[in-house]
Design a protein around this ligand. Structure first.
Ligand code: ATP
Ligand code: MG
Length: 419
């Protein structure tokens, strides 16, 4: 019957949207505490931006993009991630000429044509941050701390931080060769995508989701054994800063992240208890990206945090608060004259900042009480002709059942319901 939402998309219904608002508000507060400013960018961009900025050997570009040809023949793609979009905007708008480092955050939806499952959808939401203009490990530490503070603000306990360093253009070639040799020994067993990647980007094989490739990757050489002095010092400094702030972490040499532009630090926040899709947040440093997109070299570091996996984590640890967005007062009029009064009174209350509703369907008192009850109104004010003539009415506290008679003045109602 009727229409259904496209596969892999979500309806966020009123029963759920209060949690989303709570989550988004908490995130915004933490981002702003750390000096990050909100950025919004288009839902679609030139396909070429992602080919370059995400990388032609990644799963995103090879398999997951929603790409279409516009009527003028140009190729556009629904944004599959935010970093390339933000980098494009920084370059296009010359933001690098302002205060540095530049600290930006976003709360946006993204699109990837993946196999839908728990924790993985085709449209999903991310809290992302990007910090440009600092090559120091302080920058890496500060974005990791921001993600950590978000989890702490919610009271989450089960999320573990894993970090790694994947080196830079100086030390990666040697690592790449060692890795290539390792995979060449098991070449025949690799999935087709990874076979193709062996020459173009063997690092991506470490990131493949296929169980066979994962298994072969287990015995692979580790990036941290190949780091140059600069990368090693950077990684050591990051660890020191995290230690100084009392943040615990594990070094996981298998983390490479799925994107081509990462250098040095990569990290993930993992919650094993929410199922197979356990990475709640992933990020790292991308010192090569801005140059790749045609700008002057500008270092950057950032992360993306999946909102549905975050909310799942909150539910898992019973950390979703009672969220009450119901009306403070429901005014239940009896008859047409009272209904006109009620309509204006509700509006006057709203003007004063009191959440107020009244009847919109000329219903009986019984039907109205049912509605007030269902929607969770805190007070009901019953308004008939008598009440209007006498200037007094009964206000019922729906939580306690208590009924009190009050004068029908805006002040009196407000004083009683806003205690
Ligand atoms: P994964 O390993 O889950 O495929 P990824 O490496 O593709 O993640 P990123 O591109 O770094 O992930 O995105 C950062 C975060 O965004 C992920 O850790 C996850 O929480 C969330 N995320 C990514 N893809 C999806 C999706 N399809 N559905 C829901 N959340 C997602
Ligand atoms: Mg993915």
């Amino acid at each position: 019957m009727g229409y259904q939402k496209p596969k892999g998309t979500l309806d966020i219904l009123p029963s759920e949207s209060g949690v989303w608002l709570y989550v988004e508000d908490t995130i915004r507060r933490q981002a702003e505490l750390a000096g990050f400013k909100l950025i919004r960018f288009p839902t679609f961009e030139a396909t070429e931006l992602f080919n370059r900025g995400v990388g032609g050997t990644t799963d995103i570009v090879q398999k997951e993009m929603y790409t279409f040809i516009d009527k003028d023949g140009s190729s556009l793609t629904l944004r599959p991630e935010g970093t390339a979009c933000v980098a494009r905007s920084v370059l296009e708008n010359g933001l690098y000429a302002g205060a540095m480092p530049l600290k930006l955050y976003y709360l946006s939806n993204f699109f990837r044509r993946e196999r839908p499952q728990a924790g993985r959808s085709r449209e999903f939401w991310q809290f992302g941050v990007e910090l440009f203009g600092s090559a120091g490990a302080e920058a890496d530490a500060s974005v990791i701390l921001l993600a950590n503070n978000v989890f702490r603000a919610f009271g989450l306990q089960n999320i573990k931080l894993k970090i790694n360093s994947i080196g830079c253009p100086n030390c990666r070639p040697a690592y790449r060769e060692a890795l290539k040799k390792h995979f060449e020994r098991n070449q025949d067993e690799l999935c087709q995508t990874c076979k193709d990647r062996l020459d173009t980007n063997p690092l991506r094989i470490l990131d493949c989701k296929s169980p066979v490739c994962k298994n072969i990757a287990k015995g692979a050489p580790r990036t941290i054994d190949f780091l140059c002095d600069d990368c090693k010092a950077h990684f050591d400094k990051l660890k020191t800063l995290l230690d100084d702030c009392g943040v615990s972490y594990e070094i996981d040499t298998n983390i490479v992240r799925g994107l081509d532009y990462y250098t040095k630090t990569v990290f993930e926040f993992i919650n094993e208890s929410i199922g197979a899709q356990s990475t709640v947040c992933g990020g790292g440093r991308y010192d090569g990206l801005i140059e790749e997109l045609g700008g002057q070299p500008l270092p950057g570091v950032g992360f993306g945090m999946g909102i549905t996996r975050l909310i799942q984590s909150l539910k898992d640890e019973n950390l979703v608060p009672e969220i009450d967005s119901s009306a403070t007062v429901y005014i239940a009029p009896l008859g047409e004259a009272a209904a006109r009064k009620a309509f204006v009174l509700a509006e006057n209350l709203r003007e004063k900042g009191v959440a107020a509703e009244t009847d919109l369907c000329a219903r009986s008192l019984k039907a109205q009480m049912k509605y007030a009850d269902k929607t969770g109104a805190k007070f009901v004010l019953v308004l008939g002709d008598n009440e209007i003539n006498e200037g007094k009415a009964v206000l019922q506290n729906m939580r306690t059942g208590e009924k009190i008679q009050i004068d029908l003045s805006l002040e009196r109602i407000m004083n009683t319901v806003c205690l």
